[in-house]
Write a protein that binds this ligand. Sequence first.
Ligand code: FNR
Length: 466
Amino acid sequence: MRLKNQQRLEYRGKLILAPMVRVGTLPMRLLALEMGADIVYTEELIDLKLIKSIRRKNPALGTVDFVDPSDGTIVFRTCSLETSKVVLQLGTSNPERALAVGKLVQSDIAGLDINMGCPKEFSIKGGMGAALLADPTKATDILRTLCSQLDIPVTCKIRILPDPLDTVKLVQQLAATGISAIGIHARTRDERPQHRPHPDVLRAVARAVDIPIIANGGSRDIHTYEDIYKFQSMCGADSVMVARAAQLNVSIFRKEGVLPMDTVIDKYLRLCVDYDNAPHNTKYCVQSILKELQETPRGKRFLQCQTLQQICEIWNLGDYCRRRQQELKHQGNIGRAGVLPSQGMSKRPKLDIVNNLSLEQTSDKFEGVITRNMAFLRSTYANDNQLPKTLLYVHAGRMGKEPPDYETHQNDKLFRSICGYDGQRYSSSFWEKNKKQAEQGAALVALLQLGQLREEALSDNGSLII
Ligand code: FNR
């Protein structure tokens, strides 16, 4: 059976963005497609997290979001531009859970892939990833359940086993479940990225089974578009999947040749802004592109950034970001900033989702507090005398007022302060990494409200989020 209006994904002759945790989020997937990839895999998403997520349309962004109801984070965000080309990779050790996720997401994706190659402790302990290589009964059980009950193609991604004959046998068992293709990382579970891959093993597997083989593991020697196909050909594979070479420069998928790093970052950041990508995720991906260039003065400035606006300023996209964020706000974007941790923070906090906005239930503590969404960036202040707390303290002295006081609230590892001053209370809705920064953020809001700082001046150096 096939979902209405959905063409079944073809896995032969394809150039594929490999699954990569933190890298394979929506902006990078869209950029990979723009650059020439035919299929894009998501980062590995864990079944337990997806099962409890809520599917929600975000009309302002044109996306479908799967949202964690406990804290409002976006577990998976996708959009129609990729629906026929995106494969969601799942981390699972349980057929029923995998099926529940499959049913939840199948109308929004083109294929479902099961991770059977991840050697990380977290996966192995949970019976997921490479643990499934040692448990073919469970692996085939999961795949058979999905293939028989989902309307979309199912695949898995494995690593080779130490013995090539065992690898062939395993792939034959997996292929018999009805999967549409298999991705094979040409290294064993214990081999690291710097080790040479084993294309000869993939060649032997490709001869032994009929389903499409997707070769993976060649990035060590992939520097050009042509290198990708050299690797595929060495493996005798039907398709090829690239991870690290694409993480470094996703324009590796471009037939006409790779683009300069800054062009790639520019394109990537625009997509991050367009799809309101989380700043920490954006930062991670840009860091992966910059690599050792993080040591340059511009790289160091970049490392200080906490918001998308601040990152964009560095690549001269400040205006673009500001304009687009304003537009999205007016269109009612359900932003991360409006989704804040809830009261009590017992084991499973709840969010109120009212009129598309999640309201913080700690609001009693912040009731009556004048709040703006501000980040405090230490590097934008030349010396201590210009810090918001200092300026506010000086202001109090000059006006003959009591000095400001601060009350800080902690949530998990994040902090928000309320600055009490002259009968008013001020706070930034931006959760900071430590108490000092949270106090500075609150003082910044107070100064702005009191007209002691000009917003334009702040936005120039990127410390103001609009
Ligand atoms: C990975 N890899 C990976 N594999 C997978 O099946 N699911 C995942 O979520 C991830 N996450 C991930 C993150 C990052 C940052 C890297 C670099 C790699 C492994 C990846 O898909 C691939 O199998 C290997 O990197 C080998 O391919 P390359 O890099 O030689 O093309």
